[in-house]
Design a protein around this ligand. Sequence first.
Ligand code: HEC
Length: 104
Amino acid sequence: MKAFCIGLIGVASLIGAGTAAAQAKGEDVYKKTCSVCHDQGIAGAPKLGDKAKWAPLIKKGIDSLYTVSIKGKPGTGMVAKGGNASLSDADVKAAVDFMVAKAK
Ligand code: HEC
C-alpha cells in the first residue's frame, strides 16, 4: 500500500493541474472516503483510472460531476459526499479533480 501511495503522489505531481496542495487534499479525501467504492468499482462505481468509464462522464462537464458528488445520484450507490457529510464542498470537488486527473 505504501508503494502504491507514493506512486500516486508521483503521478499526481506530473499532471500539473491545480496547486500541489489542492492535489494532495483531493488525494487525501479520495483515499479516506471515495476509494471505498471507486478503487474496486463497488456497486458499479467508475474505477479510479478507468479511462473508458470516465471519458463519457468527463464529457458531461466538471460541474456536473461536482454536483453529483456533492448531492449524490439518486437510485445509485453514489450517495451525497460519498456518505461523509463532514466533507466540505471544496473537499469533494478536490477529490473529483483528483479522480478526473487520474482518468486522463
Ligand atoms: C458507497 C460507494 C461510493 C462512495 C463511497 C463514493 N462513490 Fe462515487 N459513485 C458510486 C457509484 C455506485 C457510482 C456510479 C453511479 C451510477 O450508476 O451512475 C459513482 C459515481 C461517481 C461519479 C460519476 C458521477 C456521474 O455523473 O455519473 C463521481 C464524479 C463520483 N462518483 C465521485 C465520488 C467522490 C468524489 C467520492 C468521495 C467523496 C465518491 N464518489 C464516493 C459509489 C460511491
